[in-house]
Design a protein around this ligand. Structure first.
Ligand SMILES: [Zn+2]
Length: 78
């Protein structure tokens, strides 16, 4: 079985989450994050980001609304 190091894992996390990865690399990523808390955290962060991106792309207006609300709030604080 492939044993990835931290660098190999982190460069593949995004591809892993996009399902653009071969089965062997997938096993290497999973095997590494199971034994490395640092890369597991990295994986969790990437997973949340990719989920947020995919949910905002199904509803692009919500992202625009969010940025509009934030910029309005910043303007009102002047
Ligand atoms: Zn690691």
């Amino acid at each position: 079985m492939t044993n990835f190091n931290c660098e190999q894992t982190q460069t593949r996390v995004f591809d892993f989450l996009s399902n653009e990865i071969d089965e062997q690399s997938k096993q290497g990523v999973l095997g590494h994050i199971a034994s490395c808390p640092k890369c597991e955290l990295e994986y969790e962060i990437e997973r949340k980001i990719s989920r947020a991106v995919s949910s905002s792309s199904s509803d692009p207006d919500s992202a625009v609304r969010f940025f509009t609300q934030v910029s309005d709030r910043l303007r009102n604080e002047d």
